[in-house]
Design a binder for this molecule. Structure first.
Ligand SMILES: [Mn+2]
Length: 292
């Protein structure tokens, strides 16, 4: 029997710099069905609150987290589609809660140009898409660190960053004080990325007994190839390099996958959409047919 896949969309965009990401889950699930013939069981949760309305955000993330928790408890593989990257608070809170109930731990690989590790008091903009990692680690608005459970969703030693090249000092100081492992973009290149990524994936798989998540902020990739993001930063991981690495991970150790920050209004040549469709197709095939 093949593993069931559940697409869980977070239609939220106003916690980022530009609006637009909120339509991404609809566009991606439709394009996957129309272009690649892959129709996934999907639920999209739409956010309708203000950009700094913490209580509305809490209600939204609780809904998304419930979908995530429910999918995993039924043995399905969640593919999370954002949304600006604040969506990660809902998705990974749900996954982590499910694991915590079984005395297990989530490990997470975070691919991003940015650290997303601001706390409300260090962020100039107050935009939540710059804060999801801090919240998953248990720091920030109480309303958002307590989605489904008051327990922190991630241990600092269970998250590893790749692609980092734009950040503020308070974020770096915060992560360093916790001992979070960071592969800055300047430490790796398109020749060395794959070996380090696969080694970290394997290490986290052992540490979490096979419960590794990957959250891909599209702006972690090279913006000359993947341009449809609101906060592009020069350089970045080659999109083909990341694709190849994803084709080689042990798929049995991957518990869920997330794509965030795709902004359809910036995708003039549709290259970013084409890339995501190929990546999701790879993932869907690997989960359905490679998984044991
Ligand atoms: Mn991000």
């Amino acid at each position: 029997m093949t593993k069931r896949i559940k697409l869980i969309g977070s239609a939220i965009g106003n916690c980022g710099r530009l609006n637009g990401c909120e339509s991404s889950p609809y566009q991606i699930s439709n394009s996957l069905a129309n272009t690649e013939g892959i129709l996934l069981d999907s639920d999209v949760v739409a956010y309708s609150g203000g950009s700094h309305d913490v209580l509305a955000q809490r209600e939204f993330f609780i809904k998304v987290a419930h979908h995530a928790e429910c999918a995993i408890s039924k043995g399905a593989f969640p593919i999370f589609i954002g949304g600006d990257h604040s969506c990660a608070i809902g998705s990974w809170s749900g996954v982590a809660y499910n694991l915590q109930k079984q005395d297990k731990e989530l490990a997470l690989i975070w691919i991003d140009a940015h650290m997303d590790a601001h706390r409300p008091d260090t962020s100039d903009t107050g935009n939540l898409h710059g804060m999801p990692v801090a919240h998953l680690l248990g720091h920030g608005h109480k309303e958002l660190t307590s989605i489904l459970t008051a327990m922190p969703k991630l241990k600092p030693e269970n998250i590893v960053y790749f692609g980092i090249r734009s950040f503020e000092k308070p974020e770096e100081d915060f992560l360093q004080s916790l001992g979070v492992k960071i592969y800055y973009q300047h430490m790796l290149n398109n020749e060395t990325f794959e070996a380090e990524f696969l080694a970290e994936f394997k290490r986290l798989a052992q540490l979490s007994s096979g419960n590794v998540g990957i959250s891909l902020d599209l702006d972690g990739l090279d913006p000359t190839e993947i341009a449809a993001v609101g906060t592009p930063v020069d350089d970045g991981i080659g999109s083909g390099v990341f694709f190849d690495a994803m084709s080689k991970i042990n798929i049995n150790d991957l518990i869920a996958f997330e794509i965030a920050e795709y902004n359809p209004s910036l995708d003039r040549d549709h290259r970013s959409m084409q890339y995501m469709l190929q990546l999701l197709k790879l993932l869907v095939y690997r989960i359905r047919y490679d998984a044991e």
